[in-house]
Design a protein around this ligand. Structure first.
Ligand SMILES: CC(C)(COP(=O)(O)OP(=O)(O)OC[C@H]1O[C@@H](n2cnc3c(N)ncnc32)[C@H](O)[C@@H]1OP(=O)(O)O)[C@@H](O)C(=O)NCCC(=O)NCCS
Length: 173
């Protein structure tokens, strides 16, 4: 079946794209995802986050991918290139976010594939990420062939409070 979304890399963000990405982030936090923010995530904080991302994208410190369907932006993922000078071959994969309205249709897997392809195109040979231990995302990464390294208990707080453990993963490309 032809997917109902398309994925592209953005090299600059306008105000409408920042707003749309804020919607996706707020939806994920509303849904209980542990993605750096506590609940409730206000629009102002979400927009401020994406403005920082936009500056990083403009500076070449990040690659930003977005998925769009007929209703607009429905998913996103980032590669962070702003790492120490002795790790030019590596990137961190971060902020994999799929709006709840399009989950469980393969978009997460498609964003992973697109992020890995982008990393290869940028000359990266190693990707690293962390995810809530045994959560939806951790299953996605394991399925995509990422190597589980180990867990760090009490790494972060869930959006509604309470510690969660994180699991580190890596993938050699
Ligand atoms: C984790 C996340 C990105 C996954 O996105 P997604 O688009 O739902 O991912 P996929 O559709 O590729 O896979 C999700 C599930 O749907 C299943 N699936 C995929 N396509 C399907 C289809 N056509 N029909 C039925 N099921 C399908 C997958 O097998 C997978 O099953 P599992 O949960 O049993 O492992 C999404 O849940 C999310 O954004 N969560 C909140 C934010 C978050 O936690 N991000 C991770 C930060 S590290």
């Amino acid at each position: 079946m032809t997917p109902s979304w398309s994925i592209r890399r953005l090299h600059a963000l306008d105000a409408a794209q920042i707003d749309a990405l804020a919607d996706v982030l707020i939806d994920c936090v509303d849904g209980g995802a542990s993605v750096s923010f506590m609940h409730p995530l206000t629009r102002d904080r979400a927009v401020a986050f994406w403005r920082r991302v936009a500056r990083g994208v403009a500076a070449g410190e990040r690659a930003l991918l977005v998925a769009e369907d007929a209703h607009g932006v429905c998913g996103t993922v980032q590669l962070i290139f702003d790492l120490p000078e002795n790790q030019p071959h590596r990137a961190d994969l971060a902020k994999m976010l799929v709006h709840r309205r399009v989950r469980r249709q393969g978009l997460g897997a498609a964003l992973m594939q697109a992020a890995e392809n982008t990393a290869r195109d940028c000359g990266k040979t190693l990707l690293v990420l962390d995810a809530v231990t045994d959560g939806d995302a951790a299953r996605l990464y394991a399925r995509a062939g990422w190597q589980r390294v180990g867990d760090i208990p009490k790494y972060a707080l869930m959006p509604a409070g309470g510690y969660c453990s994180t699991t580190y993963f890596y993938k050699h490309l």
